[in-house]
Design a protein around this ligand. Structure first.
Ligand SMILES: [Ca+2]
Ligand SMILES: [Ca+2]
Length: 289
């Protein structure tokens, strides 16, 4: 995804709604923020779904339609900027389609939430939350955490699924987070934008909840996902860790230090074992697309 607009006048190519937010006229800005707060706080998802569920967001042709199922908790009163929104102009999304996005403020750090609809999930079942993730512009360092919780409010988002500490590519990555829930019930997924002031934005598309493959065994101290892995081994380390990849016969193939991602392009399909830090080696299936 290439953006050609100069950054000195940030984000001029964004949707009409965002342009309204950027109006220099203070009165208009205040009214817009007020309306956004009303929308954010009063429209909550009503329908619950049962996996498998997927959406490419393209069926939502207005933000109001999107907000029937999804919701925001945009913390405008504290920082007066930085908001989740919905692009219904097929500009930001995967292959030029509709998608939710975060618009990072130029002068305030983010702490704003996007919530999924509710899903009926069963204790003891393995699920995968998958979605496409990109920065809105190459070269920025967006931050976002993903949570599960029993309500679509920030205070209910208690189960962290992943911490994206550096979203820096405008090319969509495929993310798959394996998880289970502590008790049977309705769960929502929260995307907490935490980008520092001066960044650009975050894009999310092709969201789905499905039953887990049962293969992943990385949910413990190091959260590792995309297993089967299709090119990038992603894991949540919190700090650089020593990564060793072994063939199924025990031959060392890769030995390196990585922060939260290891590029596995060029590795043939098959069963491997990966050791992250000092943890025991775990099975990893590589399945190139
Ligand atoms: Ca904000
Ligand atoms: Ca889309």
């Amino acid at each position: 995804m290439i953006y050609s607009q100069p950054l000195t006048t940030p984000h001029p190519q964004t949707s009409g709604r965002l342009c309204i937010i950027l109006q220099k006229n203070f009165f208009m800005k205040t009214i817009t923020i007020f309306l956004l707060v009303i929308i954010s706080w009063q429209i909550k998802a009503q329908t619950t779904f049962t996996p498998p569920y997927s959406t490419d967001f393209n069926n939502y042709t207005t933000e109001a339609e999107f907000l029937v199922d999804w919701s925001y908790e945009n913390n405008l009163p504290t920082d007066q900027a930085g908001v989740w929104g919905f692009d219904y102009t097929a500009y930001f999304g995967f292959n030029s389609s509709n998608c939710p996005f975060y618009f990072t403020a130029s002068n305030a750090d983010g702490d704003d939430w996007l919530f999924s609809p509710g899903f009926n999930l069963t204790q003891g079942t393995s699920y995968n939350l998958t979605f496409l993730l990109a920065g809105a512009f190459d070269g920025y360092t967006e931050k976002m955490k993903v949570f599960a919780g029993t309500a679509d409010t920030s205070s209910a988002m208690t189960q962290q699924l992943y911490d994206f500490s550096a979203i820096s590519s405008a090319v969509f990555d495929s993310v798959s987070l394996s998880f289970s829930v502590p008790a049977t019930g309705v769960y929502y997924f929260g995307f907490q934008a935490l980008s520092a002031a001066g960044n650009f934005g975050i894009l999310i598309d092709n969201f789905s909840i499905d039953y887990g493959t049962g293969i992943s065994s990385f949910q413990k101290s190091t959260t590792c996902f995309s297993n089967p892995c299709n090119g990038n081994l992603l894991f949540s380390s919190g700090s650089p860790k020593e990564i060793t990849l072994y063939s199924s016969s025990g031959q060392m193939i890769i030995h390196t230090i990585a922060d939260d991602q290891l590029i596995l392009s060029g590795i043939s399909d098959g069963l491997y074992f990966v050791r992250i830090g000092t943890e025991p080696a775990k099975p990893l299936i590589i399945q190139n697309p």
